[in-house]
Ligand binder design. Structure first.
Ligand code: ZN
Length: 317
């Protein structure tokens, strides 16, 4: 379940969570599990399979525990769930997932509209989640990842101060986060900003593992990945076909496309452990299940370049 030593980079599929949370059509549990199964078989090492939010708020995740249980049957797959609060974490711990992504926003207004409380109150919940995890021996191996959304800008507040993100990240580490995830939730980030942010975080926090979560809303998603790579980030979220359009920008592209992300990384000589041909095949399942939802992706349109495949160990990042 932990990072495979042969992989240079961990790509995490967040489609069953981030990709589906704004989609009205509730996918049957069997379809979600079919998607997870073929993607795990294609070599994707980590999948965020659900969100433990109140089902009344998001009927899409009513089956969260069932989906987690089904995903846990795939040996070698790290199964992750998103939780917004302590109650969600209790359900996530009970479900047996390997990793929990807690989320709060760098932007105070975004946090209030998302989880109806201040960022400080959310942090306090995270502290309690760490305590809860540590109180039960069988939960101690569950990884707790502190997520900071709207870290590069916010649709309500506009610019977000880098110092505010650094402060939240510092608190997460102080409270016991095993890992951090820094998210450009609304696609405002640019590569210079991304490189600066991760460099500063690294300087402040040392060796803690960090993940980048980028949206391609304004076309800079993969450029931001490369900037984060250069700043030492080795873990990235993405979704199949770029599912996860922005609710504030109807029709806009969503998360970065996992097929294109894997292509970028493999082209740079970085091993992801993912079989690109098999990954592209997964689109058929999602297209059949969600015929009205646009699937994005350049690689799916153009195909792999002739002769592409062998890992060229030329990366110098
Ligand atoms: Zn996202």
């Amino acid at each position: 379940m932990k990072a495979d030593r042969q992989r240079d980079i961990i790509v995490c599929e967040v489609g069953p969570r981030d990709g589906l949370q704004m989609i009205q059509q509730v996918l049957p549990t069997s379809v979600k599990l079919g998607w997870i199964a073929v993607e795990a078989a294609a070599g994707v090492p980590e999948i965020e399979v659900c969100s433990f939010v109140p089902p009344k708020l998001l009927p899409q995740f009513e089956d969260a525990a069932e989906v987690a249980a089904g995903a846990l049957r795939h040996a070698g797959l790290t199964v992750t769930a998103l939780v917004p609060n302590l109650k969600g974490a209790e359900r996530a711990f009970a479900s047996g997932v390997h990793k929990i992504n807690f989320v709060l926003s760098a932007s105070e207004s975004h946090n209030r509209s998302n989880v109806r409380r201040s960022s400080a109150e959310s942090l306090e919940d995270f502290r309690r989640i760490v305590e809860l995890r540590n109180s039960r021996p069988e939960w101690r191996s569950i990884q707790l990842c502190g997520g900071i959304s709207t870290a590069f800008g916010c649709t309500i507040e506009g610019a977000v101060a880098e110092d505010a993100v650094l402060k939240l990240a510092g608190k997460y580490v102080e409270y016991g986060a095993d890992k951090l995830s820094i998210a450009d939730t609304v696609g405002y980030a640019n590569p210079a900003q991304v490189k600066r942010m991760f460099t500063r975080l690294r300087q402040q926090l040392g060796e803690i593992e960090m993940a980048g979560h980028f949206h391609d809303t304004r076309g800079l998603g993969l450029a931001n990945v490369y900037a984060a790579l250069e700043a030492g980030v080795r873990s990235f979220d993405a979704t199949l076909g770029g599912l996860g359009g922005c609710p504030w920008a109807p029709g806009a592209t969503g998360n970065i496309v996992i097929e294109d992300l894997v292509f970028l990384l493999e082209s740079a000589g970085l091993n992801t452990g993912v079989d690109l041909d098999r990954l592209l095949e997964v689109r058929k399942i999602v297209r059949a299940a969600l015929p009205d939802v646009p699937l994005h992706g350049a690689l799916a349109k153009a195909g792999l370049p002739k002769g592409f495949g062998a890992h060229r160990k030329t990366a110098n990042l």
